[in-house]
Design a protein around this ligand. Structure first.
Ligand SMILES: NC(=O)c1ccc[n+]([C@@H]2O[C@H](COP(=O)([O-])OP(=O)(O)OC[C@H]3O[C@@H](n4cnc5c(N)ncnc54)[C@H](O)[C@@H]3O)[C@@H](O)[C@H]2O)c1
Length: 456
């Protein structure tokens, strides 16, 4: 197929490169000229495993990058919308979707033949059949269902593993206004493994499947964090041991007929840490709760998921305060990991932001290292944080090290600090090190000795 994709951020660019790999001809469109020039030169503007190889293979072949949206729409038979849908403080901000719809509609007014417009961005249920369809009809002068189809195909890729997730999805959800649209959308993934479950459904259901999926994962993270916070207050119980025991329950580790035990992937979210971040979970849970409130549905569970999460980075600060043995003011604190998760350079809503901003407020001297997010971090904090290019340089001379992102290379920390005359306190915000692996260890969901009784 000939496709145009509007927005070449994490979702648009990964989708474009992968759809080219699947054999489609793709026009990647963005309004940021610099981004488009980089992509056109075969250089990925984002850090994602496997993306550089796909760009090298397909740029100048089936993958084109352009700022000319009307031309890209006219040269394609389907347009995917992958623009941002941020939370504006009280609701989802659909202004990028509205603008893209208007531009696509105007381009369609000058194009003959049937076209399909598919939303890949995460949008609150009702957006695709409501605002999007209305704006497309108004700006094109054409009729949805007759002259063009409208679809919704939520994206489930996760940053850090985005290319692999796109190429081997757990499911393909296709929402369509009618059968003709759905049949056209099926062609997008025709060459993919036939065993991947396909869900053909309505536009609203497709939109809601995405929110419900993210809400479930975020809920599990906040559940594990609440358990961690109870364990900390209790003393003498380590949340890591507790959750390992929980993971073994049959729904999470089922036994197959041949006796083998399989650990369900969802247990990954049932681990304590310093909170979820990124461009999806926080904004999507907030947008869903806000939308629910507008339509008269209450969301006490989602509200609690968000408030538990908002407080979680502060646990790192509390552990530093309690166990450093000196005031934070003037202390040298090295932050290991800045991206919201390993494998990405994305700092959006990363717990590292809350941790570093609070450390700076308290007067700490902060150094930091992240294997991928160095340049974003330099832009964000400038000279207020000493951003180093190696872990060893960032932790040199530190009074404390706070692990905020679970990059695998941070497993080297015990080796790097072994033999120091004044060993630093290591605050493990991701519970990735053994608790006896360093001289001074503090972890989320762990505190010394049994509690002496109820707090009065
Ligand atoms: N990032 C993820 O892991 C992920 C996963 C699944 C779904 N999503 C959803 O996908 C959507 C996109 O997310 P993202 O992280 O890729 O966003 P992003 O901010 O990285 O990229 C959006 C891009 O769209 C461009 N853009 C905006 N309006 C445009 C227009 N009118 N014409 C051309 N380009 C335009 C921007 O310049 C930007 O490059 C969001 O709704 C998000 O919730 C994201």
């Amino acid at each position: 197929m000939n496709l145009s994709i509007i927005g070449t951020g994490y979702v648009g660019l990964v989708s474009g490169a992968c759809l080219a790999e699947l054999g489609h001809t793709v026009w990647c469109v963005d309004r940021e000229r610099e981004k488009i020039e980089r992509i056109a030169a075969g250089i990925s503007p984002i850090h994602e495993a496997g993306l550089d190889d796909l760009l090298a293979k397909h740029v100048h072949g089936r993958l084109h990058a352009t700022t000319d949206l009307p031309q890209a729409v006219r040269d394609s038979e389907m347009t995917l919308i992958a623009v941002g849908t941020p939370f504006d403080g009280s609701r989802i901000d659909l202004s990028f979707i509205h603008q893209a719809a208007r531009q696509i509609g105007e381009a369609l007014s000058k194009k003959a033949g049937y076209h399909v417009v598919v939303v890949k961005s995460t949008v609150v249920p009702g957006t695709t059949e409501g605002d999007l369809t209305r704006i497309l009809e108004e700006s094109s002068g054409k009729k949805a269902g007759r002259d063009f189809g409208v679809g919704m195909n939520p994206e489930f890729l996760s940053e850090g593993n985005a290319v692999a997730d796109f190429m081997s999805p757990d499911r393909i959800v296709l929402g369509g206004m009618d059968q003709r649209t759905l049949n056209t959308m099926e062609k997008l993934y025709e060459v993919m493994d036939k065993d991947v479950p396909r869900v053909r459904t309505t536009l609203r259901t497709a939109e809601m499947i995405k929110y419900a999926s993210n809400a479930l994962q975020a809920t599990m993270i906040s559940f594990a964090n609440e358990m961690a916070n109870i364990c900390s207050a209790m003393g003498g119980v380590d949340v890591v041991d507790v959750m390992s025991g929980v993971h073994l329950m049959r729904p999470l580790t089922p036994k197959l007929d041949d006796g083998r035990m399989i650990r369900a992937g969802i247990t990954h979210f049932l681990n304590a840490g310093c909170g979820f971040g990124g461009s999806c979970f926080p904004k999507d849970i907030k947008a869903l709760a806000a939308h629910a409130g507008r339509i008269g549905a209450s969301t006490p569970l989602l509200d609690a998921v968000l408030s538990t999460n908002a407080a979680q980075p502060n646990r790192v600060i509390s552990l530093l305060r309690e166990q450093l043995g000196r005031p934070l003011d003037g202390a040298k604190v090295a932050v290991a990991g800045l991206a919201f998760k390993p494998g990405t350079d994305d700092l959006r809503e990363s717990p590292a932001i809350a941790v570093i901003d609070e450390l700076l407020r308290c007067g700490a001297m902060v150094s930091a290292f992240d294997p991928a997010a160095e340049s974003h971090a330099k832009q964000k904090w400038g000279s207020r944080v000493r951003i180093e290019s190696t872990l060893a340089a960032a932790i040199e001379g530190a009074d404390a090290i706070a692990i905020v992102t679970s990059w695998p290379q941070f497993k080297q920390i015990p080796q790097l600090i072994a033999g120091w005359a004044n060993p630093p306190l290591v605050v493990d915000g991701r519970r990735m090190l053994g608790r006896n692996s360093v001289a001074r260890y503090a972890g989320i969901g762990l505190s010394d000795g049994p509690s002496t009784g109820e707090r009065r």
